[in-house]
Design a protein around this ligand. Sequence first.
Ligand code: AMP
Ligand code: ZN
Length: 442
Amino acid sequence: MPFKSHFLFLSMAFWDRKIETLPRKELEELQLKRLRDTVSRCRRSIFYKNRLTDIEETGFTKVEDIEAIPFTTKNDLRTNYDYGLVCVPREDIIRLHASSGTTGKATVIFHSRHDIDAWTDLLARCIAMTGARKGDVFQNMISYGLFTGGLGFHYGAERVGMMVIPSGIGNTKRQIQLMKDFHTSVFHATPSYALHVSEEMVMEGFDPKEFDLRIGFVGAEPHSEQTRKKIENIYDMNVFNSYGMSELNGPGVAFECEEKNGMHFWEDNYILEVINPKTCERLGPGEEGELVVTTINRQAMPILRYRTGDLAKIIDDKCPCGRTHVKISRIKGRCDDMMIVRGVNVYPSQIEDILMAFPEVATNYQIHLERDGALDAFIVKAELYPKMFDGDLNKLKKLEGEIAKAIADEVVVRPKIQFLEPGTLPRTEGKAIRVVDKRGEM
Ligand code: AMP
Ligand code: ZN
């Protein structure tokens, strides 16, 4: 489809061509060297000092030797709050960030100057890869503060040389005004907020396609291919998936190139493993499992074999873009956001994919799980475009049947469908709440 940005593919942009296209053998040698250095460095922290007594990293001869090291979990980070994993003197720390989790103690991550610099470079790499460049106007519509999405992208965009509008999230009317007045050409947002902004534009009488937007970065929450297409079509722009988590810096861990077929995982900074989350057995390319990641270019707080809780698979192909770093699929969800509905495993992303493929469905939905006697009530609430509420009940009934059937075909259990007018479901400023599970309360 010829988006406003169709010309961008004429100039495939590398930020650091040498490292991005490093032959696999050299990349693996670099990983091995950095892994050994990282394990030695980790011994300086209170937590890893005891953890690594049986490990002899000097004897590692290949990257796979990493399997000798025990996993690190979110719980390890919590129980070693505050400085338990830090490997540098306190005065060498220049930044603290925290994960956006709302339950339990925050997971804090510390960065040295080297760490911020390396992270910024990774983001510059991601941004340049999409064709965004110096001269673009970049509106960063995501939370600043402890959350890593704001400052991470901000620094990377400045390094690329874009004009940054640090608008943060919220105050949507002002976002639209800024976009219009300063000709924003690139934005970063959660997919749910990107859609919300487009709805507000329409409400204010604008056509989202009228703006100068040509590239969007979306991430921080699971979303489907259909949602990406929806955002691309609404704005007439190219949208790229951005993956990261605060424990691994934040955004800039994996990002889509212009092929938009998987996200390159930056293997000079991270070692990626995919495991079966139940048995912890290592999985091969094409097999879906939990991502386990080791940081190999961090000073202040390196993390070894971190269980991310995110589910994806390695895409085993040679990317036509020329980059040699491995690609991962879209994140299917978290091991822990899997819903068990009447005994069946269901991921919100499966439902989203189906809903977004129906052109009548607008931009927002929610899955409600309730108790209905002994059974689970599985209710999918979806907002429809206003034209669907013209009094023709047969049309709605037909659509309801079609959606319920499509979902039942995919996940086996058949939901009840409830249609709502646009703007009915609550909007959140951070990550969208897609599942409301009240089964424990009934
Ligand atoms: P935080 O540490 O607060 O930045 O949250 C990180 C989590 O957000 C990850 O572990 C993922 O579960 C989720 N996440 C981040 N980026 C994406 C993405 N592109 N697609 C799906 N989930 C994502
Ligand atoms: Zn590529």
